[in-house]
Design a protein around this ligand. Structure first.
Ligand code: PLP
Length: 394
């Protein structure tokens, strides 16, 4: 006998992974240069030089036993202080080191927060489409009810009427992700203020806080002078889940944090519940070496020139061809309307031409498909005629 939920989660094939693996097989069959793979969000700019320099220096010059030893579950005090100082310098965030709980990336940070908030089968977690598909299993496998607020199809900000109707007495938390995967949209301050007002009013109506879970692995990936507003300054009951997977191009190294600011309702208890949730997921401590790297690199900003060049080229050329898409101010994705409104059929047609794009169905928006532009600029240029053929129905 096995746990069937876990079996099914393990056996289920991810559409993105399948496309990616199909791309690898096709590359062998027709040549790598003839496959245009926009499926997977693996950073394509290298980690800043200081990351590798720090790793070398730490391994060569710091105490080996400590470098590879256990740390406290929440992370080294000094490292948490370095991150708190950086957040305070950039956002006047008022963060204390004790507000930070380091994790192995944003995914385990989210799971810990959700586990901490899901009190029973009636507890509900809301998210706004389009959304990162893992939110669903993270919520449901932890015993909660997962509800999707339909998208604002015009600007991919928030459909407030639908959100207001969806929040109810069982709503424990609302997950937002800005800059957004898959749309590339950055929520404006106005959007966040309106969201805060609704959640505040609902919290008062239902007599308990509705937490906002700000999933922010793309916070620093913004273009053209756009800034992602600091959400805890706008809504007091915000918990932040962060990772350096994208900002330092370190997705395989696994380092991030949960931030529970003092202003959150029941902040101390919530922090404790996050630590407890992490513990029963088998979290022992965040990687010691990576914590030390983060402390040295925390003020590094990614060099986004290559992503920006790809973004500008794709947005300009695809718009010229007649594709419609959300304005991509952040992350490294474009979310594009399928010409006939069916992204599944479009993705299948594109696949026949070795152009791999992800249907929007699992992101909660079947009409759109996602492309990930952390690829070579050359591949983008060679793929443009295929996009043109597809929109012309060829
Ligand atoms: N949240 C979003 C929106 C993501 O796109 C990703 C990864 O792509 C994650 C969370 C998980 O990030 P991490 O690698 O830090 O676990």
């Amino acid at each position: 006998m096995l746990n069937n939920t876990m079996y099914e989660l393990g056996a289920m094939r991810s559409c993105i992974r399948e496309l990616f693996e199909y791309g690898l097989r096709q590359a062998k069959a027709v040549g790598k240069e003839n496959v245009f793979d926009y499926s997977l969000g693996n950073p394509s700019i290298p980690a800043p030089a200081l990351v590798n320099e720090s790793i070398r220096d730490i391994v060569e010059n710091e105490n080996t036993l400590q470098v590879h030893g256990y740390t406290s579950a929440a992370g080294y005090d000094g490292v948490r202080k370095a991150v708190a100082d950086d957040l305070n310098a950039r956002f006047q965030a008022g963060v204390r080191p004790e507000n930070l709980f380091f994790t192995c990336g944003a995914a385990p940070a989210l799971v810990s927060v959700l586990k901490a908030l899901i009190t029973g089968p009636e507890a509900e977690i809301l998210t706004v489409a389009p959304f990162f598909p893992e939110y669903r299993p993270f919520t449901e496998a932890n015993g909660g009810k997962f509800t999707v607020v339909p998208p604002d199809m015009e600007h991919f900000q928030i459909n407030f009427e639908a959100l207001e109707a969806a929040v109810n007495a069982n709503t424990q938390g609302v997950i937002i992700n800005s800059p957004n995967n898959p749309s590339g949209v950055v929520y404006t301050r106005e959007t966040l203020e309106r969201l805060a007002a609704i959640l505040r009013a609902k919290g008062e109506e239902f007599g308990h806080p509705v937490y906002l879970i700000a999933d922010e692995p793309y916070r620093e990936l913004v273009y053209g002078g756009v800034q992602a507003p600091w959400v805890p300054a706008i809504y007091e009951n915000t918990v932040v889940c962060y990772s350096w997977s994208k900002s330092l191009s370190l997705p395989g190294e696994r380092i991030g944090y949960v931030l529970v600011p003092d202003a959150c309702a029941d902040a101390e208890a919530l922090y404790c519940a996050v630590a407890g949730a992490a513990r029963i997921c088998g979290h022992v401590c965040p990687p010691s070496l990576l914590q030390r790297v983060v402390a040295r690199c925390v003020t590094q900003m990614p060099d986004l020139a290559a992503y920006d060049e790809n973004r500008t080229l794709l947005y300009r050329e695809l718009s010229r061809m007649g594709y419609h898409m959300a304005k991509p101010d952040g992350a490294f994705y474009l979310f594009i309307q399928a010409p006939d409104g069916d992204s599944e059929a479009f993705s299948e047609k594109a696949k026949q031409k070795n152009l791999l794009v992800v249907p929007g169905t699992s992101f909660g928006c079947r009409e759109y498909f996602r492309i990930c532009y952390c690829v070579s600029n050359d591949m983008i240029r060679r793929s443009l005629p295929v996009f043109e053929e597809l929109i012309n129905g060829k």
